[in-house]
Structures are given as structure tokens and as C-alpha cells.
Design a protein around this ligand. Structure first.
Ligand code: SF4
Ligand code: SF4
Length: 135
């Protein structure tokens, strides 16, 4: 039995397809949806925990890729260097999970690591390079 956390990106044409339910049913897996949302580009994004026999997890992920789903392991960690963040807000608009958001009262940009799926979209848009990827 293995447990694996993965990030699934669904293109627009697959958003309403029962991909995950077929994966878990056909490959006898247990699953836990850690995060799910639709990005502004109308792509579906899901962080999923999958548990089952190693061979079945591998087969399920291969099958998902064949359907057109992008599958990435959730192994990276994104951190913010607080000492250089200027709270400019450039990262807020690209973050697909609202892990980065602006506090309307203080105008500070808050980073919530628990919501972060390590997509790295915030890294290149940050002028002082405050968002860093740790492995
Ligand atoms: S883009 Fe960079 S500097 Fe601006 S708020 Fe986000 S982390 Fe801070
Ligand atoms: S890597 Fe950056 S843009 Fe992606 S979810 Fe985490 S905080 Fe948001």
C-alpha cells in the first residue's frame, strides 16, 4: 500500500468529466481531495491524495495522463522570504488557490502555505523574488 499526493490539472474540455471517480473505481484506490478549484483560465486544478497498491496507483495516474490530465507530484514546497516581500500584490492575481491574498484592512499580502499547491506561478511575477521553491 502506498500513498501519493499529486497535483492534477484538467484542461477546459475535461473539467466536467468524472476522471477522478473513474480512477478510484477502476483502479481500486482510496482518495482524499486536498484542494480543488477552477482557475481564471477555466482549467481545473486538484490536489489529490491517492492510496492503494503501488501498481494500481501508477496505472491510474498513467490512465489519467492518457485522458489529457497533467499529473505532477506534490513534492515541492514554496516559501516566502518575508524580509524582501514588499506586499506589492503582484502574486495575488496569479495564485490559483488563494494561498496569497491581500488583507483589506492592512493591505498586507498574506501567504497561507496550507493552501499552496506549489504551482510556482507566483515565483516569476514577484519583483524582489520573495517567493522561493524549496525541495
Ligand atoms: S509579488 Fe512578491 S513582493 Fe509582491 S506581494 Fe507577492 S511575494 Fe510580496
Ligand atoms: S506556488 Fe504560489 S501561485 Fe502557486 S499556489 Fe503556491 S502561493 Fe499560489
Amino acid at each position: 500500500m502506498v500513498e501519493r499526493r499529486v497535483v492534477l490539472h484538467f484542461p477546459e474540455n475535461l473539467i466536467d468529466q468524472p476522471i477522478v471517480s473513474r480512477m478510484v473505481r477502476e483502479f481500486s484506490l482510496e482518495f482524499n481531495i486536498l484542494r480543488a478549484n477552477i482557475t481564471p483560465q477555466q482549467e481545473g486544478l486538484m490536489v489529490l491524495g491517492l492510496a492503494g497498491k503501488r501498481v494500481d496507483v501508477d496505472k491510474a495516474l498513467r490512465w489519467a495522463r492518457q485522458q489529457g490530465v497533467s499529473v505532477q507530484p506534490l513534492e515541492k514546497n514554496v516559501v516566502r522570504n518575508e524580509s524582501v516581500c514588499t506586499h506589492c500584490g503582484a502574486c495575488v492575481v496569479v495564485c490559483p488557490t488563494a494561498a496569497l491574498w491581500k488583507d483589506p484592512e492592512t493591505q498586507d499580502v498574506i501567504f497561507d502555505p496550507d493552501k499552496c499547491i506549489a504551482c510556482e506561478l507566483c515565483v516569476p511575477v514577484c519583483p524582489p523574488r520573495a517567493m522561493e521553491v524549496a525541495f
